[in-house]
Design a protein around this ligand. Structure first.
Ligand code: G6Q
Length: 537
């Protein structure tokens, strides 16, 4: 990161140390308006942050000094910015709705393939939704089970919940990810084989968890329907690995492909979104892509001072690197976004959880923050206490929708009142004087005082729709991208995940072999021995 720019930011932090968010509001009546903007159906109010115009200027310099503009173009135009895997990073091509767009990788336009897959997915989901696609015994599909993990699970799960109001209510959707047999077993209890479609979602088609669950599901289906021929009617694959898909026994006509330039955690708008498309239909799925695309265009073209993902990224960097904040909270005040924090957690922590810069040196500053969150108002009755009065600085994003899909009495007013009230309380707190004026006994004043000055962003949309969901996901994707550029880390590899995949194989051999190798450390050997004894090996 540019040290000169950081000197400026640090000096502004020092100068502002005594200026609380409350004082910043008091001295600037236009503040709320100035530090707000709209893009792709979302309104961002970032005025409740520890910033003024000088700070925002310095932060924008940070982006400029990292050549952000050039880096954005590199991503959108298919340059191989995922250097350690020698791959382009083109999730933006998946939702490029311009019918004339061309995007080249290795001299080949990828857009015809993107459009062709989308159209095949559309035809297939139409057939499943209408009942034209029949199972082996001639029954229509009622249950869809997506088997995948990580990037091949979290996006579809999050979006399926988020877009429930648009879902086909006479069908049921399940997501099996964990290699814990309980996950599959409990799902199998809920479904009927003749009416079930299994979607095996795996970019590599080699992931232990997914393949084990898929094989077990295939055995279950064959046993229930009495023939291996049933597999073709009940299994489809979402993958980049045609050979492995065929080996599994899935007809490659029923395989929906994608490409190595789609990272797992960015793959929701690829074939990985098939379960969602079946649920909400191809038209709503197109609207989701349109929402993504709107945010993509905003990100690519808006100047940094008015660029929503850039602003959110810069604010995150201010707290992580300027104030030493270690974590960061995402708080959706919409039950349909209940899995959005978990989805962002993977996207952010897998992308920027890196301690080595692009030159291969250990970084001297903190990178990706610990990200967490729960839907409001539940969190208010658990961990908000620590955000209000604990010793950690935890910047928060509050996300809300002005209209609910389910109006019941004044519940929605109450929900939104809570959202706004929390951001107000976090920013402005309650002083000792205010407590005394309320008649709080002197001995309780220290406990009932709220420092305030806690930074929050508020994101508002009129309604959660396929389009606004797409835009929201793209917003966070691009925020992560910008931070990766400024931290100078490779955001699109995940060697830590790969390590886990390799390690588990070695240990599995030792759990099941006649004699364990004893090659591990003393603790791991002991745990392996204890497990073997308990299961009688
Ligand atoms: C995502 C990661 C990881 C991946 C899973 C599943 O960016 O690479 O979460 O999505 O490990 O991988 P497969 O899709 O290959 O099964």
């Amino acid at each position: 990161m540019d040290e000169k720019v950081w000197e400026k930011i640090d000096s502004l932090i020092d100068a502002n140390q005594t200026k609380t968010i409350k004082e910043l509001f008091a001295s600037d009546p236009d503040r709320a308006k100035r530090f707000s903007l709209e893009a792709a159906g979302w309104f961002l109010d970032y005025s409740k942050n520890r910033i003024d115009s000088a700070m925002m200027k310095a932060l924008v310099k940070l982006a400029e000094s990292a050549n952000l503009k050039t880096e954005i173009e590199k991503m959108f135009t298919g340059e191989k910015i995922n250097v350690t895997e020698n791959r382009a990073v083109l999730h933006t091509a998946l939702r490029n709705c311009d019918p004339n767009a061309k995007v080249f990788v290795d001299g080949k336009d990828v857009m015809p393939g993107v459009r062709e897959t989308l159209s095949r997915m559309g035809d297939f989901s139409d057939k499943v939704r209408s009942g034209e696609w029949k199972g082996y015994t001639g029954k229509r599909i009622k249950y869809v089970v997506n088997i995948g993990i990580g990037g091949s699970d979290l996006g579809p799960v999050m979006a399926n919940i988020a877009l429930t109001p648009y879902s086909k209510r006479n069908m049921k959707f399940f997501f099996v990810s964990n290699v814990d047999s309980t996950h599959l077993a409990e799902t199998l209890r809920e479904i009927k084989a003749p009416e079930t479609l299994f979607i095996v979602a795996s970019k590599t088609f080699t992931t232990q968890e997914t393949m084990s669950n898929a094989e077990a599901a295939r055995d279950w289906l064959v046993e229930k329907l009495g023939s291996k021929d049933a597999v073709a009617k009940h299994f489809v694959a979402l993958s980049t690995a045609e050979k492995e898909v065929a080996e599994f026994g899935i007809d490659t006509k029923n395989m929906f492909g994608f490409w190595d330039w789609v990272g797992g955690r960015y793959s929701l708008p690829s074939a990985i979104g098939l379960s969602l498309m079946i649920s909400i239909g191809r038209r709503n799925y197109s609207k989701l892509l349109k929402g993504y695309w709107k945010m993509d265009k905003h990100f690519r073209t808006a100047r940094f001072e008015r660029n929503m993902p850039v602003i959110m990224a810069l604010l995150g960097i201010l707290y992580a690197n300027g104030y030493g904040a270690e974590s960061y909270c995402i708080l959706p005040y919409d039950q349909y976004l209940s899995r959005f924090p978990a989805y962002c957690q993977q996207m952010d922590m897998e992308s920027n959880g890196k301690c080595v810069d692009k030159q291969g040196n250990r970084v001297t500053y903190s990178t990706g923050p610990i990200e967490w969150g729960e839907p409001g108002t539940n969190g208010q009755h658990s961990f908000y206490q620590l955000i209000h009065q604990g010793t950690h600085l935890i910047p928060c994003d509050f996300i809300g929708c002005s209209r609910t899909h389910n109006p019941i009495g004044d519940l929605h007013d109450k929900l939104m009142a809570n959202l706004f009230a929390q951001t107000e309380a976090l920013a402005f707190g309650k002083s000792a004087e205010e407590c005394r004026a309320e008649g709080v006994p002197e001995e309780l004043v220290p406990f009932k005082t709220f420092e305030g000055n806690k930074p929050t962003n508020t994101l508002l949309t009129d309604e959660l729709t396929p389009e606004t969901l797409g835009a929201l996901v793209a917003l966070y994707e691009h925020k992560v991208f910008v931070q990766g550029v400024i931290w100078n880390v490779y955001s699109y590899d995940q060697w830590g995940v790969q390590l886990g995949k390799v390690l588990a194989k070695g240990v599995l051999n030792d759990l099941t072999a006649k004699k364990p190798s004893g090659k591990h450390d003393a603790s791991t050997n002991q745990l392996i021995a204890r497990y073997r004894a308990a299961v009688g090996r």
